[in-house]
Design a protein around this ligand. Structure first.
Ligand code: FNR
Length: 376
């Protein structure tokens, strides 16, 4: 299904709440893909904490302040954006919808929301870039054990107009994903999510035959190199030397790591626990945010994801020091339910609710938000 063929009557019936998007996605998808998206690591404790911790923060609205004009715009890495929202890197989007990343990238481009393409995308970074025109996009990099492949990915991202590199650090090994084990389901085993590898000449030069002709061998090589478990802070130098693009580190929750990131000259941090999909029992992202922001002291932007569902969640994260937030599963469900139009509707809902919540909190702009807006 694509946007052009979604009838008006169906568009009008698209949901407004996260719960309803998720319910409709569950109805639409097979159990394997649905559980892969909605599932968490272990007992799901971190995923639950992400939501519980956001709920514990309460907004204390101010009144009698002029909020007639409300401005959601922000500046990030020397660029202006109309909202403080980005689409989080989510791999394997073909399991949600045949158009996968192409549909969500078009939806992001439509509202000029930066799209972060995952290394594990089901379309190559070039294919994604080709549907985005000059709309903002970042590339999320899983560093390979093989530095030549990492370098090749960075160069390809530069050539296709990605304007920042996000290095995800909370996935040195794959989380303990119980639902996927129970369903015996892995998109990667089916070849979904490997488009960036299979379209990479450096990767393909290591194969005897093209991946399509010998998928088993290609997958086995991919499995061996796709591990960053041995990487350390020193490897950041290699990345820094190989790109002039801003580098952001995703998956930082300890203020000591935030300080190390700053000392190593990165351009931004994303406080995240991967939506509770990696280390179960780890700290809720919003609880990690204030201390990270404190040690960073405004020197570089601190973004946050994991648990953001509503406009009030966005306002709380920004009041606690985030420069912007990443939207994760909500847009994946939008994609599953109605492709590009679904993602557009999820984005529209979130932007509108954020703007309403800003005004009702007594603030006219994102820039004027501060810590005094929320209490625990
Ligand atoms: C992810 N996430 C992720 N992160 C990343 O850096 N690279 C990736 O390839 C993926 N892939 C991925 C797939 C799926 C199905 C999900 C749900 C998530 C994590 C993502 O960027 C983000 O951190 C979380 O989605 C945030 O948590 P919530 O808000 O979705 O709960």
């Amino acid at each position: 299904m694509n946007n052009q063929v979604l009838p008006e009557s169906e568009k009008a019936m698209l949901p407004f709440t996260h719960r309803e998007w998720e319910r409709r996605a569950r109805e639409k998808l097979e159990i394997g893909p649905y559980s892969f998206i909605s599932g968490n690591a272990g007992m799901g404790e971190t995923a639950n904490s992400n939501r519980a911790a956001i709920k514990e923060w309460k907004i204390v609205p101010r009144v009698f302040r002029d909020v007639e004009k409300r401005d959601l715009s922000i500046e990030l890495l020397e660029k202006k954006f109309s909202t403080p929202i980005l689409l989080a890197p989510i791999g394997v989007q073909k399991i949600m919808h045949p158009e996968g990343e192409l549909a969500s990238a078009r939806a992001a481009a439509d509202s000029r929301i930066p799209f972060i393409a995952s290394t594990m995308s089901s379309y190559s970074m070039e294919e994604i870039a080709s549907v985005m025109g000059d709309a903002p996009r970042w590339f999320q990099l899983y560093c390979s054990k093989d530095k030549e492949i990492t370098k090749s990915f960075i160069k390809r991202a530069e050539r296709s107009g990605y304007s920042a590199i996000v290095i995800t650090l909370d996935s040195s090994v794959m989380g303990w994903r119980v639902q996927d084990l129970e369903n015996n389901y892995s998109p990667f085993r089916l070849g979904i999510g490997l488009a960036n590898y299979f379209s990479d000449s450096t990767f393909c030069s290591k194969l005897v035959k093209p991946p399509a002709e010998d998928f088993a061998a290609a997958f086995s090589i991919f499995s061996k190199i796709n591990t960053s478990a041995s990487l350390t802070w020193e490897d950041l130098e290699f990345l820094r030397e190989n790109t002039k693009l801003p580098i952001l580190l995703k998956g930082i929750v300890d203020p000591r790591d935030a300080k190390l990131a700053l000392d190593h000259g990165v351009d931004g941090i994303i406080v995240s626990n991967h939506g509770g999909r990696q280390l179960d029992g780890s700290i809720a992202a919003i609880d990690a945010l204030p201390k990270v922001c404190y040690v960073i002291g405004g020197k570089i932007p601190v973004l946050m994801d994991s648990g953001i569902r509503t406009g009030t969640d966005v306002i709380k994260a920004l009041a606690l020091g985030a420069s912007a937030v990443l939207l994760g599963r909500p847009f994946a469900y939008g994609l599953a339910v109605a492709g590009e139009e679904g993602v557009k509707q999820v984005i529209r809902n979130l932007i509108t609710e954020t703007e309403v919540s800003l005004g009702l909190s007594g603030y006219h702009s994102i820039k004027s938000l501060d810590r005094s807006l929320v209490v625990k």
